[in-house]
Design a protein around this ligand. Sequence first.
Ligand SMILES: [Zn+2]
Length: 643
Amino acid sequence: MPVWNRAPLKAGSLARLPLGSVRPTGWLRRQLRIQADGLTGHLDEFWPDVGPNSGWLGGTGESWERGPYFLDGLVPLAYLLDDPRLTAKAQKWIDWTLDHQSPEGWIGPPKNTDWWPNMVMLKALTQYQEATGDPRVIPLMQRYFAHHLSEGPRRPLHQWASYRWADELVSVLWLYNRTGEPKLLELARLLQSQGTDWQRHFALFEFPEKTSVEQLGLKIGSGQNPDRAMRAHGVNNAMALKTSAVWSLVSGDRSDRDAIYRALEVLDRHHGLPNGMFSGDEHYAGTDPSQGIELCAVVEALFSLQHVLTVVGDPVLADRLERIAFNAMPATFSADMWAHQYDQQPNQVLCSLRPRSWVSNGPEANLFGLEPNFGCCTANLHQGWPKLVQSLWMATPDRGVAAVAYAPSEVRTMVAGETRLAITEETEYPFRGEVRLKVAPERPVEFPLLLRIPAWAERASVSVNGQAVEGARAGQFVRVQRSWKPGDEVVLSLPMPPRVSTGYHDSVAIERGPLVFALRMGEDWKKVESGMRKPAPHPAVDWEVHPTTPWNYGLLVSPQEAAATVQVREKPIGDYPFSPQGAPVELAVKGRRVPEWTLVNGSAGPLPQSPVASSEPDETLTLIPYGAAKLRVTAFPRIGTRQ
Ligand SMILES: [Zn+2]
């Protein structure tokens, strides 16, 4: 059963379903299995920071955010796959925290005095409680928050915790909706009074360009970060996307609720990238597609959007969720999820150990490996896929259910009060545009079924048992309210003609449905044998990826007639859907080399202003989904003559 906001909190537009209500099937289940067989299922066996000596297991090792980050993804992955090996691993951590609360109410390693990592552990605990109903979780949270309320005025949020206060707020409200204790709303107000005002940050946006170490006052390695640097920090921004909307549930203020639109608008305008993210390597880096975005920011942006959706309920936010989840997220992992990057680049033509034009990241940042650049992403990469599964379906206030994002899945929930409902979603979305829903209430019952029609889906259609349903409009939910009976079938058809979008320096990117496409390049994966990596006897390998084919192409496409200039080839979904070999769809498009576009400082050099003249011969190029292309060009010059 969904848990709704309790007065005086504002009602939400949608409600999350408890962990376990939505199960992955089809290619999505396979993807979670890849994750479980990759780093997530094995990291604790060889990476000391989440190994048996972690402070979060009573040891003397890492005692800050890494254990909780790991759990925040391991818990949902374990329960979504019903994998006893993984649930046993997670249980050790959960039990240690549940068994070692201090008499005052503090949780976690005694030597940690920072509120921040506890915020992450609380997110893991709430998911665990939803999956298991363990009766120890809620009393622990009650004691912890009572402690925070009494201690908070003396020991205010500082550094990371003050920028990330909404990560505690979501758990405070989660508990309030279950217990109704008024003191929790006092704690919510205390957090807000001590936390960063992100609405103001985006309203008075001070960072229109790529930032610099000097401008931000950064002293790398000092551990101290000036306020400007913290507000220009990619991961802080990704976490901040939810802050105003979640706070609006307490404040009741419409400007808080709607602040997400301003935030996305300024981030897109000044730092937007074609993969749905904004740049941050690891601070705001402008709109050049050779700049990077950190993995932590990708998974945190997804988590934020999932919460904003419950408040605002706007399908455009789910379009964004899918764009990030189906593009930026898979791109930043090797296909087998045994290696990840710190920074990914939309135009990423060489991954190698060398300094690049990042704002503040080091020479390892675009390697694929165990902990390139810094180990935060190694700990935090796990939540992305499992939380996407959870957010595919949500409850509606009028006791129905909404398909918020699409992927093969099964949802089990209650509708119209007390009637059990299962829906099986059969689809190869996002690679194909047809979605088939088998609706199975335990008995005939009337309830609304909401289906999101993405903004790109012109001419979408919906049918129920073969009968067309009116009202499918791009960018809206279509609401199908009827008496549903077991065996009803809904077919949603989302036509996916290729589209050409324009961006940085009037470059072009090719999209189809929620997927962004990129040049398929020859990839030579080379183990990094030397350099800064500590040799370690572990199964994870660090990789450079070198191109074996040219990349400096411009495209002969017309934004107005995309369908005529781009050919689509659908292929079976491979065992590794996000690999060049397993890519389930390819596009063919004509292009020409642009000889003056060359490698600069290890990255694709400044993108020539389009249109670009080229007298090179026409070639037919193959594009594959962005997430499948580990080397790629995404933003291309457009070949043409200046008007
Ligand atoms: Zn990170």
